[in-house]
Design a binder for this molecule. Structure first.
Ligand SMILES: *Cc1c(COP(=O)(O)O)cnc(C)c1O
Length: 462
């Protein structure tokens, strides 16, 4: 099995990035519940033939869809060790928690947070952003909100994020009971960054109308275009207005490891909390999201819940309070810290950072090629590692959506489709450390080929 996975990674370039799932393959996982065992070999064969060839393909260097990390062999091996150990990281006095604590300390160091800071591995930034909203809510209303619920406060608290913020921020408002209506979406400037003057005006208007602004979410790398909000300006306003300042750093937060990206994130060190994803630019295999908070006491206030069967003692296995289950919604938790630790120690932050810088350089290369080609049009500024563009033609929205599906089915390259200022765009998010310039060429050449043939096929004149 190990050999198979090493071969898979070693020869990933020779595979289609993705291929459509044949009906028979899909049906092979529509069986009834087995009552008797079959062999490990059978299960393995079925994995190799029916699952592995039809995965998303994000380990492939020409996968540039959505925002997916490429993973590493080191991370894969660590996952095997973690599964073998089968540690439950909900709490208790065990060395695996010290490994998680090591990552917490490293993140404190990376983001220049004080000793009071704490953090927690979670599924991904969707969960980390939810935790951010919940901690900010508890900070604004006091611990009593956990017992009493939001009640009439639900109608007065207001939060702010740019229109370019990830949809999970709005979902977090929904899940927290505050409601999506309480999230004010702030306009963006031409660079797709939050317009901080608009933010200031919206806060003032809300206060005048009797609302209680409590939270502003800035984004370090927006998911659609890769823009970075002016985090310093948001931090200053948040401090002046006494708002919790949370940064969604899912995509770009770990850019702190790259000397050329770090200055663009200035202000992130002033955040009250940060969400980030090791499974994107950090190249750690899925899933490895992380929440970092400036003052760990705020996180404890939000989640610690006493229970007799979770009583802490001064010695023995039940020592070592607080436990991770005091810091988030999960009790049982896997050992995500191990694959993250393996990835960081086996590469070091300089190498991880240079892979991030390289993906930004590739995005600039792609932008230059697009701007030099009259048949292509750049759709958004390229701030980090995301390029939005389209093939110029009549009925461009429909045609570009078709081009993206053509690319997927061809297996040549996988971008995703999005909408930029109400127009369909082809979006390439360059995250994988395996991607090189010839992969960008392959994607653009295929876009031109499919675009031209679609235009010719419809008899459309340019
Ligand atoms: C990916 C992403 C998220 C969601 O993170 P998950 O790890 O997928 O839950 C949130 N915000 C931004 C900016 C992202 O890129």
């Amino acid at each position: 099995m190990l050999d198979d996975m090493f071969d898979y990674i070693e020869h990933i370039r020779e595979r289609p990035v993705w291929q459509p799932i044949p009906a028979l393959v899909r049906a092979s996982f529509n069986e009834t519940l087995p009552t008797s065992p079959s062999s490990l070999g059978q299960a393995h064969r079925k994995f190799m033939t029916q699952v592995l060839p039809y995965a998303v393909g994000n380990s492939h260097p020409r996968f540039m869809g959505w925002v997916h990390g490429g993973g590493t062999a080191e991370g894969m091996l660590a996952e095997m060790l973690a599964a073998g150990l089968n540690a439950n990281l909900g709490g208790r006095d065990q060395m695996p928690l010290e490994v998680e604590g090591q990552i917490v300390n490293w993140m404190r160091e990376l983001f220049g947070f004080p000793d009071s800071a704490n953090g927690l591995f979670v599924t991904g930034s969707s969960m980390a952003n939810l935790i951010g909203v919940l901690v900010a809510r508890t900070k604004a209303l006091g611990k009593g909100v956990r017992k009493d619920g939001l009640r009439e406060q639900a109608d007065t608290l207001t939060a702010y994020a740019a229109t370019s913020a990830h949809s999970c921020v709005s979902k977090a408002m929904d899940m927290s009971g505050l409601g999506t209506r309480a999230l004010r979406l702030v306009a963006v400037n031409d660079a797709d960054q939050m317009d901080v003057q608009s933010l200031s005006r919206m806060i003032a208007a809300d206060r005048a109308a009797g609302f209680k602004p409590f939270l502003v979410v800035g984004t370090a790398g927006t998911v659609n275009t890769g823009s970075v909000d002016d985090l310093s300006a948001i931090a200053a306003l948040a401090q002046q207005e006494h708002l919790w300042f949370h940064v969604d750093g899912a995509l770009g937060g770990l850019g702190m490891m790259a000397p050329d990206i770090r200055p663009r994130l200035r202000g992130i060190e002033l955040a009250d909390s940060i969400a980030l994803d090791f499974h994107k630019w950090g190249q750690v295999p899925y899933d490895a999201g992380f929440f970092l908070v400036r003052d760990g006491a705020d996180q404890l206030d939000t989640f610690a819940s006493p229970a007799a069967y979770l009583t802490r003692y001064a010695r023995g296995l039940a020592a070592g309070s607080p436990w991770p289950c005091d810091l988030g919604p999960d009790l049982s938790r896997g050992f995500r810290a191990l694959k993250t630790w393996f990835t960081i120690v086996s590469h070091g932050t300089e190498k991880l950072g240079s892979a991030m810088s390289h993906s930004c350089a590739l995005a600039q290369y792609m932008k230059d090629r697009i701007e030099a080609c009259p048949e292509l049009e750049l759709m958004a500024p390229v701030a980090l590692n995301i390029v939005c563009f389209r093939f110029r033609c009549l009925d461009a929205d429909a045609v570009n959506a078709e081009i993206v599906a053509d690319l997927h089915e061809s297996g040549i390259a996988v971008p995703s489709a999005t909408s930029v200022r109400d127009h369909t765009a082809i979006r390439a998010a360059i995250v994988n450390h395996r991607t090189v310039a010839s992969d960008i060429d392959a994607l653009l050449d295929a876009v031109l080929t499919f675009g031209r043939s679609r235009v010719l096929g419809s008899g459309e004149a340019q």
